[in-house]
Ligand binder design. Structure first.
Ligand SMILES: Nc1ncnc2c1ncn2[C@@H]1O[C@H](COP(=O)(O)OP(=O)(O)OP(=O)(O)O)[C@@H](O)[C@H]1O
Length: 252
């Protein structure tokens, strides 16, 4: 089976300034990959390159073995900053139905399959009862679940999430990672996150991104990896009753 994403000798720059250099790794089917690294390290850029939303200057990207623009529909994406007008009177269910890419008759006429897929995703995330609520009336954490449901209704083979817990409290983070763990039984997961400590309890592999990508096909988050990826002490947090490792801060 082809890797979910494969990046070979890839470099990407903006206005001549290198953002990512010599990236060379692959995400295999079934992985639960954490993408970690300092602010501005290039994590979002890396995800966008994998999905073909940006083109590399050099090197190649394959998504499910093909150019990403041909296979992007097989992946779900929950971007970091979703710009919605929170005053716009659109319901939770409408937002989720937007994820049904092959809908024929638009939002006003979702098919029975569209509704079934939306219901399944919303029930799974505990949001079905709020389906008629306006998106602007939800909490940050609830809204995040709606965006995840939107990414899931297309029944993706891989799900890419960019800092999905940014506006979620500790309990919500754990609940979300439990959901992702269950999903990972059938779906490959790539998640950008700063919750290094929590993540290390769930993930199967780690990519540290700081202009270069240090890929580790094991869930260990070691001080050496953090040292390579970060230039400043990393805040490591542990929540709830998860099994966890506490790592020391490093110098500089
Ligand atoms: N459209 C753009 N124009 C100019 N510079 C950009 C643009 N997009 C990203 N960059 C720069 O590229 C670098 C990597 O950005 P990116 O958003 O990928 O980092 P990140 O690791 O996701 O950061 P964060 O953790 O803060 O979300 C940053 O220095 C950023 O300023």
């Amino acid at each position: 089976m082809a890797p979910v994403a494969e990046l070979r000798n890839l470099s990407f720059s903006i206005n001549g300034y290198p953002i990512l250099v010599d990236v060379d790794f692959a995400v295999e089917p079934g992985e639960f990959l954490a993408v970690i690294g300092p602010n501005g390290g290039g994590k979002t850029t890396l995800i966008k390159l994998m999905l073909g939303l940006l083109e590399p200057d050099r090197g190649s990207v394959r998504l499910f073995g093909s150019p990403p623009r041909k296979t992007r529909h097989r992946a779900g994406y929950v971007p970091q900053n979703i710009h919605v007008n929170l005053d716009f009177p659109i319901s939770v269910l409408d937002v989720v139905l937007m994820g049904r890419k092959r809908r024929k008759f638009g939002l006003a006429h979702p098919s029975r399959e569209d509704l079934a897929a939306a219901r399944e995703a919303l029930e799974w995330l505990g949001m079905w009862d709020l389906r008629h609520q306006r998106i602007g009336e939800l909490s940050g954490g609830q809204r995040q679940r709606v965006y995840i449901a939107r990414a899931l209704v297309g029944r993706p083979e891989a799900l890419f999430l960019d800092e999905p817990t940014a506006s979620v409290d500790a309990e919500g983070q754990t609940a979300l990672y439990e959901h992702l763990k269950e999903l990972n039984e059938t779906v490959t997961i790539v998640v950008v996150s700063h919750d290094v400590m929590v993540l290390s309890s769930y993930v199967k592999s780690v990519a540290c991104v700081n202009r270069r990508v240090y890929y580790h096909a094991a869930p260990e988050v070691t001080p050496g990896m953090l040292q390579m990826a970060y230039r400043c002490p990393v805040e490591l947090l542990a929540h709830g009753h998860l099994p966890h490792r506490v790592l020391p801060h490093h110098d500089k």
